[in-house]
Write a protein that binds this ligand. Structure first.
Ligand code: MG
Length: 279
């Protein structure tokens, strides 16, 4: 078998890029619905139902449920829970920091995105400042990684952009075991998208590349443990954590964030990048 001839290109055609907008829009809707519902007293199971309704109302299906053994629309990572945490019935509390990770599939094409929400605690201004700062730095690290796609020649420049920013702004830990990825016909495809500098240049950044860029940052160390449910990943040192993620397409005229209502315009403007809709 000529494996080389059968190996699929990581680069999507213009028509395929256009098909990825609908699942992107579904994830955008789910993130918006959760963002307007999240507050102290709400459970992550309630947010899961809200996200599922948002996805199904636009004709999509939650794609996390396609992962063997996973039964939910979102992962909801509260405080020291960092990724892949299963939604539960614990009401969120003031002072919590929660990342909400969601994806959708439409006509066989996938999206993947996450936001972090810091819930202020008026009685603990130090805690409030800490969680807001952690989320802010993580989000801005994501935008720097996305912005770098607009000019990068190779994909490893994204990880350098993410890490340069985090290290200039903080002494936070950048998790290395959980990384971004290509996305398309499957939620997780080649190529890997690192959040730290790596020596291999990775693939060329050129039209047709679609990647999920997702820095996962902790306020402490970078070691993690997988809990007994075989899903929930928790910081080994109990430190707070945050995750932001977007699915981003590179096309002939520029880059476009598939999982943001404005294509990423607001997040990218301060970095001098203007996203362009997929032609
Ligand atoms: Mg992802």
């Amino acid at each position: 078998m000529a494996r080389g001839l059968l190996r699929k290109s990581i680069y999507k055609s213009p028509a395929q890029l256009r098909l990825m907008q609908a699942p992107g829009d579904a994830a955008t809707a789910a993130l918006a619905a959760m963002a307007s519902a999240v507050r102290p007293g709400v459970t992550t199971l309630e947010l899961d139902a809200i996200a599922e309704e948002a996805i199904r109302s636009v004709g999509g299906a939650p794609n996390f449920m396609l992962e063997p053994g996973y039964r939910h629309t979102i992962c909801a990572n509260v405080n020291e829970k960092v990724v892949h945490a299963i939604p539960d019935d614990r009401p969120l509390e003031p002072g919590d920091i929660v990342s909400l990770d969601v994806g959708a599939v439409i006509k066989g094409w996938h999206s993947d995105a996450a936001i972090t929400v810091a819930l202020p605690d008026a009685s603990r201004p130090d805690r409030t400042e800490r969680i807001e700062r952690l989320s802010h730095v993580t989000e801005q690290a994501m935008w720097r990684g996305i912005a770098r796609l607009a000019t990068a020649s190779h994909l490893n420049e994204v990880g350098s952009a993410v890490a340069d920013y985090v290290r200039a702004e903080s002494d936070y830990g950048i998790l290395e075991d959980y990384i971004g990825h290509g996305i398309g016909r499957r939620m997780h495809e080649d190529p890997p998208v690192f959040n730290v500098p790596v020596s291999r240049r990775g693939p060329e950044v050129k039209p047709g590349l679609v990647v999920a860029i997702e820095p996962i940052i902790s306020a402490g160390g970078i070691d993690t443990v997988v809990e007994g449910d075989d899903w929930t990943v928790t910081m080994a040192d109990g430190s707070l954590s945050a995750q932001w993620e977007h699915s981003v397409a590179v096309h002939a005229d520029g880059i476009w964030v598939l999982t943001a209502a404005d294509g990423g315009a607001a997040g990218l403007a301060p970095l001098g990048v203007t996203p362009v809709p997929i032609p």
